[in-house]
Write a protein that binds this ligand. Sequence first.
Ligand code: BES
Ligand code: ZN
Ligand code: ZN
Length: 482
Amino acid sequence: MNIKFLDTPLASIDADITVIFLTESLLKDSTHHELLNKAGFKATQDQIVLLHEKGLLYCGIEKLNRDAIRSAATQAVRCLKASNYTSAKVAQYFAKNTPALVDGLVLGFYSFDTYKSKKEPSAFQHCYLSHENFDGTLLESAPLQEEIEQRSIVCHGVNYVRNLVNTIPNDITPPALADISQKLAQEHGLNCHVLDEQALNAEGMHAMLAVGRASVHKPRLIHVSYTPENPQRVISLVGKGLTYDSGGLSLKSPTSMVSMKMDKAGACAVLGILKAVSELRLPIEVHGFIGAAENMLNGDAYKPDDVLQTKNGTTVEVRNTDAEGRLVLADTLAYAQQEVTADYLFDYATLTGACMVALGPYTVGMMGHSNTLKHQFAKIAAPSGELLASLPFNAHLKKLLKSDIADISNVGSKPYGGAITAGMFLDNFIDKGMKQKWMHFDIAGPAYSETPWDCHPYGATGSGVRFTIEWMLALLSQADEV
Ligand code: BES
Ligand code: ZN
Ligand code: ZN
């Protein structure tokens, strides 16, 4: 399905169906008030009614705001996807809600059928967006068009991430993720450099090597970069790329293991961000560093009681092999800082179940030392369509990482505050000069869900792409003002 902006009023667009969003109060003034009443339409959030004879699809919204539009547009597009209509048209619902409208249409339309033997192709192909506002006024076309085009690129980046994360661990192993990154790089004019086992060894990345040792699919460190001319900033993004997390010898229970193909969601988000940034041609140099490994078991598996030597020299006592993401990230973060002097360093990881306990399954946990960055991300969260909340470090939790035999332990000695202790573990691998430039995003909750929510169907959501691009755009518009 493609989205097209048309610089014309709604009435002059030719389409099978017109999609109309209504609040309860707009419903009262609607031309089809009586007909809708007969159909039992009350304009409650996400309620939809299709008046086939009139060519109208009515969608209820609780309030005229971003979240309501995104969710209702998702319901509308799912209904159209299941129909035999080929096209639809939509007005604007104030320019500030346009990105949410595009989110609902493009992200709501997504489904993953790679492993279905019978695909169900949809007749629905085109969605036209007019510059006419729902109240009949006409909005300025140029900024609207730019906004729609930008947002579609971002949403396609999100869908790219969803496809990767949904792909099964048999098809995406660490070497396969390296191939996928090479392909993305080729298609988008990016650079890609892959470190194999030998190179990882030469770099002293023994924590990452230990995590991947029991798998037949050996670890890879993938460096993908987008280097425009005269960049205004340099940003390094680090992603946890566990193509499967069985827990290792500290084996997960059967039920917790299901869905652990999503443990590569941080890495996939980094690839999706690079895809979007390069398509948007943002004047920012972006480096993606992916630590790809598979956490498995065999006779040579790394063990609780082992002590690992990480790239930056810190020794780590392993007390739980299921806390493997932080070990991979430790080496990947150290490598990223060695290779690139960046203005910002962000990492993305499905790191802890504890983050879900703390914030619920829909919210990204952000951690770091910079209050400025935390405020910036909190501010762009709502327009981005993602939920973010800050989890604060503190000196008491830090003590829980003490080890009697090595420099630090890979898990906290007490069961509470697990998302924060994981973040504070990573802090050991951030160079002094980078502390204020670093943010850690724990996406364990929002990256994947077996229950559809918002504009997300079953499975991967593509968490990380929208809020990061939103932040980058805000950064660039600030730079313009100076
Ligand atoms: N990949 C998991 C975290 C996770 C759990 C992501 C559930 C998404 C859903 C991570 O490697 C892990 O197993 N973490 C442990 C840490 C513990 C051993 C300290 C956890 O959260 O239980
Ligand atoms: Zn784990
Ligand atoms: Zn993991």
